[in-house]
Design a protein around this ligand. Structure first.
Ligand SMILES: [Fe+2]
Ligand SMILES: [Fe+2]
Length: 413
């Protein structure tokens, strides 16, 4: 009886209008003004890990790290800056890169200012796993996260999955939408995850935040995903590729220029042609706009990109899963090429159901296309496991408070 009442209460809360999550709940007053919003991300080099954090006063950008929590014997110093967005001046955005890391190892670290002794708490992370077919790996996959109760649930469900080694996010992060302090609250919300594992993201339309003709100004200022030497340019590209275990992760910017003749399209085609499948037998292409979607909302958003790259990715089809968001629902295709079920094509997954304030999109085209295997408007996240012979996907829904595996597929070599 009690259990039934609890289940009913859970259902009732699901049906409630979206309430923004209160990020101040997890912060003590003492911590404000010190280090917050700690965010780790992998780089191309498996011996490195980037760490970002925020302080509201100017300070040094120091990180100390090591393989024992009581012996942080290695250190690095980075840099910090503020950015301006209209009348808004941000807090100090710090970045530093830990180098010389052993792969697949637990590291302990703290960030702050060595000269003043103002440090974050010591936290730990798992370093990059290394690269190769015999290094199994598990990603937690999130899309269109936002910062509602459901968003926070998504973060904690990914974190609670002991198998997940790092997170990837297919665009639409904070839904700050020009209200810059909402980037800070989002980063506080994700900190339990992002201070303990890498998160790599693709930019979505909510990251554009156009200002005086420049796009992605806050996103470029607050995140430094892999971008090689081009990171020094104020308009550095937001597309990149990294190897993680047996996976080549290729991230495109769906809201940057990818037209015929563009730098991004040339880069992407080169990426598709040059994957070393003996090193990374699986390819994950992540961008924001779903190229196969049968949801009525944003129906055509990914079609222009599909028209340009579908033939380029076809040779990788059996090795590839394509991850997108934008549509706030879940949809998974059968292997597909040219709108036809084709075992040699990639599988396309829309995972835009992370929990943002815009709610779920539950209107679908009818009838369901033959290529569409599963489509549902429920909150959730994905778990993607890769090893030398298999790529396995699970969709975990969170509508009933406990994550439930609601869809899965496996591709094998
Ligand atoms: Fe979007
Ligand atoms: Fe979205």
């Amino acid at each position: 009886m009690v259990r039934a009442a609890l289940a009913l209460a859970a259902l009732a809360s699901t049906a409630m209008a979206h309430k923004e999550w209160d990020p101040s709940a997890l912060l003590s007053i003492d911590k404000l003004g010190e280090v917050e919003q700690v965010f780790l991300n992998f780089l191309e080099d498996p011996t490195q890990m980037r760490v970002a954090w925020v302080t509201d006063a100017e300070s040094a950008s120091d990180v100390q790290f090591g393989t024992s929590p009581t012996s942080l014997t290695q250190s690095a110093t980075g840099n910090s800056s503020v950015y301006h967005y209209g009348f808004f001046t941000s807090a100090w955005q710090h970045f530093a890169t830990m180098e010389g890391l052993s792969t697949a190892s637990t590291y302990y670290y703290r960030v702050g200012d060595a000269s003043t002794g103002s440090w974050s708490e010591v936290s730990s992370f798992q370093s990059h796993p290394g690269v190769g077919p015999d290094i199994p790996y598990v990603f937690g996959v999130i899309g269109d996260l936002g910062q509602t109760k459901y968003s926070n649930d998504t973060v904690h469900h990914v974190l609670a999955n002991a198998g997940v080694q790092s997170a990837i996010l297919a665009g639409d992060l904070s839904y700050a939408d020009g209200d810059q302090p909402r980037w800070d609250s989002w980063r506080r919300m994700v900190q339990p995850l992002t201070s303990t594992m890498s998160m790599l993201a693709a930019p979505g339309n909510h990251e554009i935040e156009s200002f005086f003709g420049l796009n992605f100004v806050p996103y470029r200022a607050r995140f430094r995903f892999p971008c090689a030497e081009q990171c020094t340019s104020p308009t550095f590209p937001l597309y990149y590729a990294v190897n993680v275990g047996p996976v080549r992760l290729i991230v495109m910017n769906s809201f940057g220029n990818y037209s015929e003749g563009s730098d991004q399209l040339a880069w992407a085609r080169k990426q598709f042609q040059s994957v070393d499948l003996s090193l990374t037998p699986w390819v994950v292409l992540m961008e924001h706009t779903p190229m196969y979607s049968s949801n009525i909302d944003h129906y055509d958003s990914g079609k222009p990109l599909l028209a340009l790259i579908e033939d380029d990715i076809k040779p990788l089809g059996k090795r590839m899963v394509v991850l997108a968001g934008h549509v706030h629902a879940y949809e998974r295709s059968h292997p597909v090429y040219n709108n036809t079920v084709d075992e040699t094509g990639p599988v396309y997954v829309t995972i835009g159901d992370g929990g943002n304030r815009e709610g779920l999109y539950d209107a679908w085209t009818q009838p369901q296309p033959a290529w569409s295997a599963v489509r549902k408007a429920e909150y959730g996240h994905g778990v993607l496991r890769a090893n030398s012979t298999a790529l396995a996907w699970e969709w975990h829904t969170i509508t009933t408070d406990e994550p439930v595996v609601s869809d899965s597929f496996v591709r094998t070599l």
